[in-house]
Design a protein around this ligand. Sequence first.
Ligand code: FAD
Length: 425
Amino acid sequence: MKSTRYNRRQFLHVGGAVVAGCTAPIIRKRAPKIVIIGGGVGGLSVLRQLADDGRGAFDITLIEPKRIYTTCFYSNLYVGGLRDLASIQFGYDALGALPGVRMVHDTATAIDADARQVLLRDGTRLPYDRLVVSPGIDVDYDSVPGWSQAAAQRMPHAWQSGAQTERLTEQLALVPDGGLVVVIAPPNPYRCPPGPYERVSMMAHALTARGRSRARIVVIDPKESFSKQPLFQQGWERHYPGMIEWLPPMIHDGVRRVDVETMTVETGFETYRNCDLVNVIPRQVAGAIARHAGLTDAGGYCPIDAATMKSQHHAEIFVLGDAAIAGDMPKSAYAANSQANIVAQVIRQELRDEGAVTPSYRNRCWSLVDESDSVFVGGTYEPAAGKIAQVESEISTLDDSAAVRLTNYGDSAAWYLGLTSTLFG
Ligand code: FAD
């Protein structure tokens, strides 16, 4: 596989037509108001697409409560001891220099779609011509019996990056040689399909590197199979023989209960007591604002129009990233960035009469199995039969050479650097 290089232009024009300079912009009395909820990958990618030409053609307000964004992508490398925390953390200061952009560090608490306004926690109402909703996921604390938000201090999820990831990494450092780690994997659909298995790989890497290769990692999975399964299992046998035990539902019969006091995980067949670390990765749903605004369906995610990423409920509201039901596309940072290109094209077309919309999407997800052994899965997608459908796919092979796997790692690092510098630089 040829090495791929990523530059700023690719992150800004991945999805299709180049948007600026195609036709003369419509002259309006005021710049159209764009409000973006969520300063993660989806929200920031739209912002950059609309603001980076420096013309201030849009009046953009970004709402994000956090001052520092810790990327979930590459957070497993921090867990594995291959990156430090600072290297996956980014601030929003650079956005202040962009013409037409205003950053509001607050939480959006409601959307008044009839009045086209977003309500903030501090009571402010922000009017919009178009609203972009990219709040990511919430973890469902009720989905694992015995577990709760308080229990997540002792049995972290680390599926929203930051303090939780630090906690998990600190607890991993205390696992002794011969210790027991239990990872409870999530049901579909969830953020980053290969993520739990990359996490397991990076836990095994960290334990091995610290001379604790007699530790055991048990993965209790509600799914019959998982993303890149043969590639992960080959890597586990190759790099960490005998350390990782993956259990599908027929082997454990479901998680009955967890108990943080005794660090116990009880399944239908076996009870794991005195665990040294329990990583509960639970069921997930779209971020609260999307649910409270009535943008979600019964499954907890937001139905969208496959050609525009517009909410199926409101023509002026776009939903993208992990909160959206994006058909065959996985919930990934790469996918959110690709969807943002379509959102920005549609906004430019509708409000400035600029460019054409080419609804084509891409994804590629790399996973690190060991320090220099990276595998990927990816594809291209188009609207078809009412959903975003996969039209091409790609995946690493079991007989890739070590050199190919190392090149993959280089590609993933280039992608990470390119994306984070495009969004935060
Ligand atoms: P986020 O990036 O989470 O951004 C949402 C933002 O919205 C947050 O900053 C939040 O504070 C804000 N927000 C929420 N509610 C409100 C509100 N009411 N008001 C204002 N702001 C709000 N993807 C990849 O492509 N490659 C990988 O290798 C990869 N690895 C991963 C590894 C792990 C362990 C995990 C957990 C995920 C990984 N991902 C990866 C997935 C990737 O992180 C997500 O898919 C991506 O961040 C989704 O972007 P988003 O904009 O939907 O959500």
